[in-house]
Design a protein around this ligand. Structure first.
Ligand code: NAP
Length: 302
């Protein structure tokens, strides 16, 4: 029996654990894949306060994890399958844990394009992680799909290796922040294919080409390429709380400013929560608030 269970060990969950540990709550963290979460799909983040030249995400996570384990909190690598929000019990692939409060910090996973060839060629030229796979494309021709900050950061990262990086975006304007757009425009390896969608990924055994449709003319053309990176947003990992907590239509958990959800004693923080700004710094802020709210909730129950 724990005071607190934290599901997910990305920046939100790790910060919640840091605050819970410092409040001396008996806490267990449960993490499905590995400590860090989606942030590790980006090599460096430039907008974490205090790091003028950016910070390597692997280093940041290592430091966060160190702070948590120094406080005696265990991180069990187990997948949460079910949660009983009333009893505050969590069933994983390895056992069942109970607590007086639960913080959900499960984050999100990349959205797929859903075009022919995508599934078949994933891991064979199609990737959702430039940080992981970018170095495999040295002197190759790659494309990246999307128009947000994640696409922009990763397109810049890919220029370190690739011969050229084609940005394919469905509108004529990106939504990435202005500073990132300036960097993209300055980079000679980057080309823009705007108002266009990728309709098919072609290749037998590995990516060889992509089919692109110009949305202004409806014309399609086939462009040879070696790799395709997909950065078109993310989907919250909240399936296990569907029908148990209030979610929005896209599956993000609805939580208040204090991170409380529709169930007493269950809190949500980070990318799995509906909010306006999805950043590492806001995930950390959410985590701190969630742990503080859980602490106040536990004290009020005593
Ligand atoms: P995002 O901001 O939601 O952008 C997703 C992009 O994919 C949009 O440009 C969207 O086009 C496009 N898109 C969505 N579905 C598509 C489809 N089916 N086909 C083609 N294009 C599609 O997602 P993100 O870039 O992953 O970022 C997610 C959140 O994390 C954002 O809040 C972002 O600011 C934050 N983030 C911040 C940083 C940073 O500040 N360092 C880094 C990474 C991510 P439209 O523009 O036409 O909608």
């Amino acid at each position: 029996m724990y005071d607190l269970l934290i599901v997910g060990a990305g920046p939100a969950g790790l910060t919640a654990a840091l605050y819970a540990g410092r409040s001396r709550l008996k806490t267990l963290m449960l993490e499905k894949i590995g400590v860090g979460g989606r942030i590790l799909m980006t090599e460096v983040i430039e907008n974490f306060p205090g790091f003028v030249d950016g910070v390597h995400t692997a280093d940041l996570i290592k430091r966060m994890q160190g702070q948590v384990t120094n406080l005696g909190i265990n991180i069990a690598l187990e997948e949460v399958l079910e949660i009983d929000c009333k009893l505050k019990s969590v069933k994983t692939n390895a056992g069942t844990y109970s607590a007086d409060a639960v913080i959900i910090a499960t984050g999100a996973h990349p959205r797929k394009l859903g075009v022919p060839g995508e599934d078949k060629l994933t891991g064979r030229g199609v990737s959702y992680c430039a940080t992981c796979d970018g170095p495999l494309f040295r002197d190759k021709f790659v494309a990246i799909v999307g128009g947000g900050n994640a696409m922009a950061e990763e397109a810049l990262y890919l220029t370190r290796f690739a011969k050229s990086v084609n940005i394919i975006h469905r509108r004529d304007q990106l939504r990435a922040s202005a500073i990132l757009q300036e960097k993209l425009k300055e980079n000679k390896k980057i080309n823009f294919i705007l108002s266009s969608v990728l309709t098919e990924i072609i290749g037998s055994g590995k990516v060889e080409a992509m089919k692109i449709k110009d949305l202004n003319t409806s014309r399609e053309k086939i462009i040879p390429c070696d790799g395709i990176f997909i950065y078109i947003g993310f989907i919250p990992d909240t399936v296990f709380v569907k029908d148990k907590l209030k979610l929005d239509e896209a599956g993000f958990i609805i939580a208040g400013e204090d991170m409380s959800t529709s169930c007493d004693g269950i809190f949500a923080c980070g990318d799995c929560r509906k909010k306006t700004l999805y950043q590492v710094i806001t995930a950390c802020g959410d985590g701190a608030v969630a742990a503080d709210s859980a602490y106040r909730y536990l004290v009020s129950k005593k």
